[in-house]
Write a protein that binds this ligand. Structure first.
Ligand code: GLU
Length: 413
């Protein structure tokens, strides 16, 4: 197993600092179980086979926990990396969960809603034996949301014959979801960034921000950053990026995309509302990453910053809101160049933190208000950030290395 998961280089560094024995290091890096299933879906004129995965990395701290991704590029190797990130994320935040990940290699937009539902339910039947409220608790990820989680809950309950809302998190409120879960990853990122910026002695009003991705994570993050006074100058989605040095309105972007259902590049959600084409530029996602901003926030897919473009990144701070958006080679280059990278296992841990609150509410049959949920989230994110910062200062290491030291210590104590 050793060496197979690319992000294990981070574990190696952290365990080296902690002087852990080799056998323990191997145990921490190993994946407990990988499951691959083939799901046939009957469509009008044909039957198509889809590959599904569930990877359970480690359950030392509690039931396996992590999202299910629906995306054409889902594969076993990536799921293993992402499952291990969940182990370290939960450990860092002090949650009683282990790490898992999985999904289906499918473009959800290529199927009708009934087809996607049939496929999701068949996937649940295929993995029903290995999931459960105290075994492995899936959640949303790229390409999935409350609707899919509702199908998963319903299918699992049909199979088990009993009410079991805690089998999955990220559900709609009417299915037993938590208030604040949709905003959780974004709001968690806002809390972490505000904390780090304060500690660096920077004024947020003077900092320009570029956000790659305006899905669940990028949109709520941008809204939160705007509320907190950061200046967003670039936003992108799959269609490309909109850049305006005078500042973009996250609220207007959200309205245009989610209420008026316009494509991002088909609008200019600038603060002034009357800019000239010279001021409002349309760029590619690649150009957005290399843009002249203070804070760069990859909030879409993994592998965006590599050894090829890392030397060209101009931002001084990178907040990893996607999972694994920087390859280990890219990370080493950014570190050498003195870029402050706030690692994914800290920056985007707000989602699984509120998943934990949802799981608790389901178990205790309670319903908490949004303020309580978001206050508790903010407290947990700040506590984890404080710990990471302390280790970063004490050990004179990067924030990523510090985060892994805290996480590994929580498991290997
Ligand atoms: N998919 C999210 C993540 O990568 C949430 C996982 C969860 O809530 O279990 O952190």
């Amino acid at each position: 197993m050793k060496g197979k998961i690319s992000t294990n280089v981070y574990i190696e560094k952290a365990t080296h600092r902690l002087k852990l024995s080799n056998d323990l290091v191997d145990a921490l890096m190993a994946t407990d179980r990988t499951v691959t299933v083939t799901i046939p879906l009957r469509q009008k004129e044909k039957t198509t086979l889809f590959l599904g995965y569930r990877v359970q990395h480690n359950n030392y701290l509690g039931p396996y926990k992590g999202g299910l991704r629906f995306h054409p590029e889902v594969n076993l190797e990536e799921a293993e990396v992402l499952a291990s990130l969940m182990t370290w994320k939960c450990a860092l935040l002090g949650l009683p969960f282990g790490g898992a990940k999985g999904g289906l290699a499918v473009d959800p937009l290529s199927l009708s809603a009934p087809e996607l539902e049939a496929l999701t339910r068949a996937f649940v039947r295929a993995i029903a034996d290995i999931i459960g409220p105290d075994k492995d608790v899936p959640a949303p990820d790229v390409g999935t949301g409350a609707r899919e989680m509702g199908w998963i809950k319903d299918e699992f309950e049909r199979i088990s014959g009993e009410s079991s809302p805690a089998v999955v998190t990220g559900k709609a409120l009417e299915d037993g979801g938590s208030r604040g879960r949709n905003k959780a990853t974004g709001e968690g990122g806002v809390a972490v960034l505000a904390n780090i910026v304060n500690r660096l002695g920077l004024e947020r009003e003077n900092l320009t921000v570029a956000v790659q991705g305006f899905g669940n994570v990028g949109s709520f993050l941008s809204l939160g950053l705007e509320r907190e006074g950061f200046k967003i100058v670039a936003i992108s989605d799959v269609s490309g990026a909109v850049v305006h040095s005078g500042g973009l309105s996250a609220r207007q972007t959200y309205k245009n995309m989610y209420e008026a259902k316009k494509e991002l590049v088909a609008m200019c959600p600038c603060k002034k509302g009357d800019c000239s084409p010279r001021e409002c530029k349309k760029l590619s996602n690649k150009e957005l990453l290399e843009g002249d901003v203070d804070i760069l926030i990859p909030a879409a897919l993994g592998g965006q910053i590599t050894k090829e473009n890392a030397p060209k990144i101009k931002a001084k701070i990178v907040l990893e809101m996607a999972n694994n958006p920087i390859t280990p080679e890219g990370d080493a280059i950014l570190e050498k160049r003195g870029v402050v990278v706030v690692p994914d296992i800290l920056a985007n841990a707000g989602g699984v933190t509120v998943s934990y609150f949802e799981w608790l509410q389901n178990k205790k049959e309670e319903v908490w208000g949004e303020k309580k949920v978001l206050d508790m989230l903010c407290e947990k994110m700040n506590k984890a950030t404080d710990k990471v910062w302390q280790v970063h200062k004490d050990m004179k290491c990067s924030l990523r290395e510090a985060a892994y030291v805290v996480a590994v210590k929580a498991i290997a104590k």
